[in-house]
Design a protein around this ligand. Structure first.
Ligand SMILES: [Zn+2]
Length: 54
């Protein structure tokens, strides 16, 4: 299973094997050291609350 996340420095979309969760690696794009999150970043979910009545 792959973990998808964005580089906090250059915002490149990266993915890493779940074996690497929580470990540090160098971004292949900007070469900066970053920590791989334990889960995929869920940025594509639309969780907008519709409080307003349209
Ligand atoms: Zn980067």
């Amino acid at each position: 299973m792959l973990i998808k996340f964005n580089c906090p420095y250059c915002q490149a979309t990266l993915n890493a094997g779940s074996d690497f969760a929580g470990k540090k690696c160098a971004c292949p794009n900007c070469k900066k050291e970053l920590t791989i999150p334990e889960k995929s970043e869920e940025t594509q979910k639309e969780t907008k609350k519709t409080a307003k009545k349209g």
